[in-house]
Write a protein that binds this ligand. Structure first.
Ligand SMILES: Nc1ncnc2c1ncn2[C@@H]1O[C@H](COP(=O)(O)OP(=O)(O)O)[C@@H](O)[C@H]1O
Ligand SMILES: [Mg+2]
Length: 244
């Protein structure tokens, strides 16, 4: 069996010395997969993405991409290796135009800009129509599209998305999920953290429920959506107040 595209193996990681937020987290992502990470607030979902993207100190365990140990590499090296990351907040430069934001996406390889602008522009036509507009004047949904567009400028093979639908109206949330599916169908393997757990599990191939920095449940999206324990603890009305 070939090794999955990306593996997080028993990660222990945290921000403050002596305090571990991830307590042995595992995740794998096969080529072409769309994987969801759900779980209560504070479970460590964002920390897991950050740990895989070199933004949090990994104390034990390893991250591997195509079998290569990439643990602790800095973000720019990971971008060069084909990983894109869209943080939940502050994911665009508000004082720059849409086009300039997309240019920032290729700052490591500016020659890529024009070719990729065409590809990303086809995916997000509104970004092209408004290329001169300052990102700070965009709606939440448009910003999210821009942030995803920027991450796609380097033609990544893996994309990490942290709560792409957070703070958006139900209609725009739908658009975000549709876009994620499209990006995935275009060949980008995706790890997506989502507060909208049910919606996320509906579209993902496999999901991970994290709780207190550990894997609580893992399965196909459908298995998790229909697992009575997962519903009771993480998806039901009780879980809602827990998550919101
Ligand atoms: N920059 C930080 N410094 C210290 N602790 C942090 C930092 N970011 C997050 N934490 C802590 O890590 C834990 C997990 O946070 P996070 O990964 O953001 O959870 P989630 O994304 O699942 O809501 C929380 O207890 C949070 O307070
Ligand atoms: Mg988070």
């Amino acid at each position: 069996m070939t090794e999955p595209l990306l593996i997080a193996d028993s990660l222990i990681a945290g921000y403050v010395p002596g305090v571990n937020i991830l307590n042995g987290c595992n995740l794998d992502l096969a080529e072409g997969e769309l994987v969801g990470i759900v779980g209560p607030n504070g479970a460590g979902k964002s920390t897991l993405l950050k740990a895989m993207f070199g933004l949090v100190n990994v104390r034990e365990g390893a991250v591997r991409l195509r079998g290569e140990d990439i643990t602790g590499l800095k973000a720019h090296s990971l971008v060069s290796k084909g990983i894109g990351y869209v943080p939940q907040n502050n994911n665009v430069f508000p004082s720059l135009t849409i086009e300039e934001n997309l240019e920032m996406g290729t700052y490591l390889e500016p020659k890529k800009f024009s070719g990729r602008f065409d590809v990303v522009g086809e995916m997000f036509p509104r970004l092209v129509e408004r290329r001169e507009q300052k990102a700070g004047s965009l709606s939440g949904g448009e910003r999210q599209m821009l942030a995803m567009g920027r991450a796609l400028m380097m033609d990544p093979s893996v994309l990490f998305l942290d709560e792409p639908s957070a703070g958006l109206s139900p209609l725009l949330q739908d658009e975000v999920f549709v876009r994620c599916k499209q990006i995935n169908s275009a060949g980008v393997s995706i790890v997506m953290v989502e507060q909208n757990a049910s919606r996320c599990l509906q579209i993902c191939d496999r999901g991970y429920v994290l709780d207190q920095g550990r894997n609580a449940y893992t399965g196909s999206g459908r298995e998790l959506l229909t697992d009575p324990k997962v519903i009771e603890l993480y998806l039901g009305t009780l879980a809602k107040s827990h998550t919101d």
